[in-house]
Design a protein around this ligand. Structure first.
Ligand code: PLP
Length: 378
């Protein structure tokens, strides 16, 4: 175990430091929240409309429809596209459970494509052979903040007349060729869960699209399928963003580019520190791709040992995600076999996400890498 500084005090480095992030913008946040409290307008009010406008402008999409969380954003998108029982949706098994859960909640069947080892994202070469007459959509995930190969996916989707819903839960502000992810497919979905790179102080989510008809339908679906009070055209959800969260997100959106840049700088510093550490595979960044490092995820053979020793040394790490979705009990009914997705299943044993957030200290990063190097030498 390595002790920091003058030796006695064990360092404590969290995987993410939400409380200190808050301190940096405390005054602005508190002012915004107090204004909402005093306004008496708490659901679908002016902050929600303004946030939707501002987020559309930021992303470069014509419409943003906010909702209660990123899972609902996926479900509302599937509902709006008419995905139903008997339909199949191609996605990845290496993601947060919600990506596939939303497909199942829409009564459709998730069909899993394997990922690429170098960027942890869906492998476009694995998609076409999974397409059947029941396939209606593809949900690629821009995992850890890195754009997936969305241009190829859109090309495949066009060829086979499929919808594309981009799961951008971990990648607000990430870009490919200068264009924001979420704007390549039919719909992009975002999560503003507090730990996300644009995080609310509670649950929140949004859908972005350039399609006005879809945006209007989603707007109705998030509010019990209603267009006018007590007039219901669809069976929908109660999935609205509240005014307090919208006001907070409006403040935080102004800082998003700055924070994403700081995450990139922190990632660059890790890369530098890991130079010549041959047992650690650092995250790769594709050309023309703006990876916003929602996570800094390394791969290493001695992952479990390193994870344990880092914990003993006061460093919190996380394995996103230890069990692939296709092998989760909840999806037993799909009868997926082990070894059916070799890359997904292999990397689950190798990945480790290290602390990364806009204001992570360089000496904390140095400490983390020193601990890892020491363990690897033993
Ligand atoms: C890739 C991915 N998709 C969807 C979600 C669901 O978002 P939420 O937690 O806001 O429902 C998450 C959240 O962790 C996620 O990481």
């Amino acid at each position: 175990m390595i002790k920091s500084g003058t030796a006695e005090k064990l360092k404590k480095i969290p995987i993410i430091d939400l409380a200190s992030g808050y301190q940096l913008i405390k005054d602005e946040i508190e002012k915004a929240v107090l204004e909402v409290l005093a306004s008496g307008h708490y659901i679908l009010g002016p902050n929600v409309s303004l946030f939707e406008e501002e987020f559309s402008k930021y992303i470069g999409a014509k419409h943003t429809v906010s909702c209660a969380n990123g899972t609902d954003a996926l479900l509302l998108s599937l509902m709006a596209l008419g995905i139903k029982q008997g339909d199949e949706v191609i996605t990845v098994s290496h993601s947060f459970f919600a990506t596939s859960e939303a497909i199942a909640l829409a009564c459709a069947k998730p069909v899993f494509a394997d990922i690429r080892e170098n960027d942890f994202n869906i492998d476009p070469l694995k998609i076409e052979k999974l397409i059947t007459k029941n396939t209606k959509a593809i949900i690629p995930v821009h995992l850890y903040g890195q754009p997936c190969d969305i241009l190829k996916i859109v090309e495949i989707a066009k060829k086979h007349n499929l919808f594309v819903i981009e799961d951008c839960a971990q990648a607000a502000g990430a870009k490919l060729n200068g264009k924001s992810i979420g704007t390549f497919g039919d719909i992009g979905t975002v999560s503003f869960f507090p730990t996300k790179n644009l995080g609310a102080f509670g649950d929140a989510g949004a859908i972005v699209t350039n399609n006005e008809e879809l945006a209007n339908k989603i707007r109705q679906l998030r509010f019990h399928g209603s267009s006018k009070r007590y007039i219901h055209d669809y069976i929908g959800l109660n999935s609205r963003l509240d005014e307090i969260q919208a006001a907070i997100l409006r403040v935080k959106l102004k800082y998003l580019d700055e924070w994403n840049l700081k995450r990139q700088k922190a990632a660059e510093y890790y890369n530098e520190l890991f130079k010549n550490v041959k047992d650690v595979i650092i995250p790769s960044v594709k050309p023309n791709s703006c990876h916003i490092f929602h996570q800094y995820t390394i791969r290493l053979q001695k992952r479990d040992l390193v994870c344990e020793k880092l914990k003993e040394s006061g460093v919190e790490t996380i394995i996103y995600y230890p069990i692939p979705i296709h092998l989760q009990k909840a999806f037993d009914y799909l009868n997926c076999k082990s070894n059916s997705l070799p890359v997904t299943e292999k990397i689950c044993n190798e990945i480790l996400s290290l602390p990364v957030y806009p204001d992570i200290q360089r000496d904390d990063q140095e400490y983390i890498v020193e601990v890892i190097k020491k363990i690897l030498k033993e």
